[in-house]
Design a protein. Structure first.
Length: 74
């Protein structure tokens, strides 16, 4: 009975064990840099962490004032 729960939790934690993975670089007072895009801090409307329950992947979604969405897979 507990095997599916523990398997789910194990698969959920495995990506966090990669210590060399850099998702974002934040330059204070200037911008956020990711592999996909560079966003100035004054242009950010919202930053959200979205979890997809089907494939166990989290996304950081950055919304800008120009209605642009940048998805960063974690």
């Amino acid at each position: 009975m507990f095997l599916p729960i523990f398997s789910y939790l194990t698969f959920w934690i495995i990506p966090a064990l990669n210590p060399a993975k850099v998702l974002l670089k934040i330059i204070p007072g200037e911008r956020i840099i990711s592999k996909r895009a560079t966003v100035p801090l004054e242009n950010i409307r919202d930053i959200r962490l979205i979890r997809n329950p089907f494939n166990l992947i989290n996304y950081i979604v950055i919304e800008t004032f120009s209605d642009e969405k940048i998805k960063i897979c974690t």
